[in-house]
Ligand binder design. Structure first.
Ligand code: AMP
Ligand code: TRP
Length: 341
């Protein structure tokens, strides 16, 4: 049995740490919303246990969780069509993660580039949780026997690791195909949205300057200002996509335009060949405002009713647990744990 023999099921997650960015939206949330439908069961999770691998202010974490949930709801994730919940409310995630800590090898973790980037020279001082992060991520997905994982490019290595964990578990415990080997889905022009001030760096929630990213809560003026001040080179847009080679900032703005308008970079270049930044940047800013303003106003509306968000997350957690609990029980059984009740 291969992954395709399991029910086609999508799982993905996002951390409630800092502001939700345009990178999160184009690289993840927008695509998650589009995957709802007859082909897949879809499960989306606000991964608060992952967030605390680096310090989160306790007084802010619950609200950050609600805000990410609001961003997902406002972007079209429908709690009737998808299971939407926060990770810490389904205990099985932490439990399966422990078992996977005992399956994964230290050598595998040592190869994780995200850990190396985040730990930097400080590897002795970061939390043990940050090191074990990919095992928890494997648990998130495999707890539901999910088969497909839509993520941005930065998560590719983590999805490969979860495939290794699934394979090793199945071999070690003589349970062929118990866990599927999930496929990453990394597609479209926006799998790596770059920083607006430095086209060689990823746009991320935490960065030195707010000018380098677009936040989902930015108002129209702020969005326009950020795109107008975005770093570019002096050349106009080329006639073909090849002309964007070695022009990371220009390429990034074209990719963002393509992502926002749900077309391809080729189509954008065909429309704007030869255009200068004085024409392209305002067009991009207008497009971004048109697409993002309805989402940010809906987010604001939802955030005025936190009890409603909490109800959605509670219901999502119940539904998630119904799938997760039997798979966790079977896992304990395969490992040989004594279960007397
Ligand atoms: P995180 O904010 O790290 O929890 O990421 C949540 C999701 O957003 C993951 O699927 C990431 O790959 C995706 N993501 C985050 N930043 C970017 C970016 N700059 N470009 C594309 N996808 C991104
Ligand atoms: N590590 C992912 C990120 O930083 C978030 C995440 C946690 C995730 N668990 C997951 C993504 C499971 C996909 C599937 O973006």
């Amino acid at each position: 049995m291969t992954a395709t023999a399991h029910t086609p099921r999508v799982f993905s997650g996002i951390k409630p740490s800092g502001d939700v960015t345009l990178g999160n939206y184009l690289g993840a949330i927008k695509r998650w919303s589009e995957m709802q439908g007859p082909t897949f069961e879809t499960i989306y999770c606000v991964v608060d246990l992952h967030a605390i691998t680096v310090w989160q202010e306790p007084s802010e974490l619950a609200n950050a969780t609600r805000e990410v949930t609001a961003a997902m709801l406002a972007s079209g994730i429908d709690p009737e069509k998808s299971i939407l919940f926060n990770q810490s409310q389904v205990h099985a995630h932490a439990e399966l993660a422990w078992i996977f800590n005992c399956v994964a090898r230290v050598g595998w973790m040592n190869r994780m580039t995200q850990f190396k980037d985040k730990a930097g020279k400080n590897a002795e001082q970061v939390s043990l949780g940050l090191y074990a992060y990919p095992a928890l991520m494997a648990a998130d997905v495999l707890l539901y026997h999910a088969t497909h994982v839509p993520v941005g490019e930065d998560q590719k290595q983590h999805v490969e690791l979860m495939r290794d964990i699934a394979t090793k578990f199945n071999n070690d415990f003589k349970a062929p195909d118990f866990f599927p080997t999930p496929e990453p889905i990394i597609e479209g022009p926006s799998t790596r949205v770059m920083n607006l001030r430095d086209g060689t760096k990823k746009m991320s929630k935490s960065g030195d300057s707010d000018m380098e990213r677009i936040n989902m809560t930015d108002d129209a003026d702020t969005i326009s200002k950020k795109f107008k001040k975005a770093r570019t080179d002096p050349e106009p847009l080329p006639e073909t996509l090849e002309g964007l080679k070695d022009r990371p900032e220009a390429r990034n703005l074209v990719d963002i335009y393509a992502g926002l308008s749900s077309t391809t970079p080729e189509t954008v270049i065909a429309e704007y060949a030869g255009a200068g930044w004085g024409r392209f940047k305002p067009a991009l800013a207008d497009l971004a405002v048109a697409k993002l303003s309805p989402i940010s106003s809906e987010m604001a509306r939802l955030m005025n009713d936190p009890a409603e968000i909490d109800r959605i997350l509670a219901r999502g957690a119940e539904r998630a647990e119904e799938i997760a609990q039997p798979i966790l029980e079977k896992t304990y059984e395969l490992v040989g744990m004594l279960r007397t009740r």
